[in-house]
Design a binder for this molecule. Structure first.
Ligand code: MG
Length: 206
């Protein structure tokens, strides 16, 4: 489902160019953009803008790789704040998805159900993310939380994350962070990516 972004949202990928993105080292992003779609190439990319609490909408398409399996089958990833990976993979048809399958918080939480469409179909992630709360010594006093819908189906319901996932940009969980998209060597496509920052005032305690 393609949603209309709220007027306050940052259109981080406008389906035209990568002007809002860099590589991990700050160099210009060089993924291929054509026909309103960007395709993975030459390293991870991340937004120049940083985010704390937010709502994310994103659309992705996994390639058809019938000879591949497991983590080699259409792998990419959506890293919230550059630190927490929601796995992107071809996990279509897997009855009980695991912590490495599409929609998983990588190595932390399996998706509640397998909501995957088949390869070459556009899919959506809608994420509601609450950043960890830290004290003055940068110690976490309230874990990061997230809720995720894949293709309109709830696959995570307010889970509390024990920490960052592998491949995080850093361990500075008290800082805002970018949206990062992973280059895992497979030709994933992305489009229609926007992020609405959520108010921090009033969200200190749950
Ligand atoms: Mg991945």
């Amino acid at each position: 489902m393609t949603l209309t972004p709220p007027t306050s949202a940052s259109i981080v990928f406008n389906n035209k160019d990568l002007s809002n993105w860099t590589q991990r080292d700050g160099a210009p992003a060089t993924w291929v953009v054509a026909d309103g779609v960007m395709t993975v190439a030459s390293g991870d990319i991340m937004t120049k803008e940083l985010f704390t609490d937010f709502r994310l909408h994103l659309e992705f398409m996994v390639p058809d790789m019938p000879e591949a399996s497991g983590q080699a089958k259409g792998n990419s990833g959506v890293f919230l704040q550059g630190r927490y990976e929601i796995q992107v993979l071809d996990s279509y048809g897997i009855e009980v998805p695991g912590k490495g399958d599409c929609g998983a918080v990588y190595n932390q939480f399996s998706p509640l159900v397998n909501a995957c469409k088949s390869p070459l179909e556009w899919q959506t992630y809608d994420v509601f993310f609450r950043a960890p709360r830290c004290n003055e010594d940068n110690q976490v006093i309230d874990c990061a939380r997230l809720t995720v819908l894949q293709n309109g189906i709830v696959i995570h319901n307010n889970v509390q994350l024990p920490g960052v996932t592998g491949g995080a940009i850093d361990q500075n969980v008290w800082e805002p962070g970018p949206l990062l998209l992973q280059d895992h060597g497979d030709l994933l496509k992305y489009r229609n990516i926007w992020i609405e920052s959520l108010p921090l005032a009033g969200s200190d305690e749950y």
